[in-house]
Design a protein around this ligand. Sequence first.
Ligand SMILES: *Cc1c(COP(=O)(O)O)cnc(C)c1O
Length: 277
Amino acid sequence: MSICFYRGTFMPLEECRIPVTDLAIQRGVGVFDSIRTYGKNIFALKEHIERLSESAKRCGMEAEKIINELPDIIKKGVNHDSAPDGDMVVKAYITGGCINDHGHFPEPDFFVIFEEAHVLTSEELRNGVALKPIYKERPFPETKSTNYLAGYMTMRGAKPNEFEALYIVNGEITESSTSSFFLCKDGKIITAPVGKVLRGITREILITLLKENNFVVEERCPLESELSSADEAFISGSVKEILPIIKVGDQTIGNGHPGPVSQHIHKLFLSNLDRWM
Ligand SMILES: *Cc1c(COP(=O)(O)O)cnc(C)c1O
């Protein structure tokens, strides 16, 4: 069963309520982080907590106390009797709370959801998916904010195999709605630099693994004009791991099927999971 931690206790998810006075509800002031478990093993917990802390700071939330409490709460939740049995996603949210002091939020609130991880279908992995371009910058690219509206609006009228939106700014590809984006071209792996995109934890781990394995990694924005000559592309994220991209808008990538490099990198990732548990 899905459970939620709020104000000192774990409860069934559907029983959890936060006040309508919270600025997350009234004004969209909220940050979060999604953490994957493999069974009861929590993946890259420290890295996720650090990024959540950065997101909260960037949004003016005074969240040090919450950040310090979170690792223990997450470990308790994952091992809770009522938590789901299989792989989980742990979603830790910090909200603005009820006080806005000139863009400074002195009393943020928080809750943590523990639910079954909705991993990719074998069909998505086998066939790859398409992305639908959005020609805009993601607001506050370095924060994992709860506001996904721009990405969602883009998906109105999307084709069935279009998985999510891909942000492209002045011809430069940054990231997709909930994932980091990678292009494979001429033996190189190209991905946007932090600052233009969120510091994806899976992205960082992949860059480490790729460098250890003598791949050439270029941290610059892949260009939209490079899509037509790319060999492969993929996106990464904590729950989805690595997902091959076969099309962006009307542009087919490579031969339109998931390629050997993406598959190799996914295997590399899975065989190194233990190092981040
Ligand atoms: C969550 C997210 C990612 C992926 O980050 P991971 O830490 O790898 O899960 C990338 N970009 C955006 C915009 C995100 O929200």
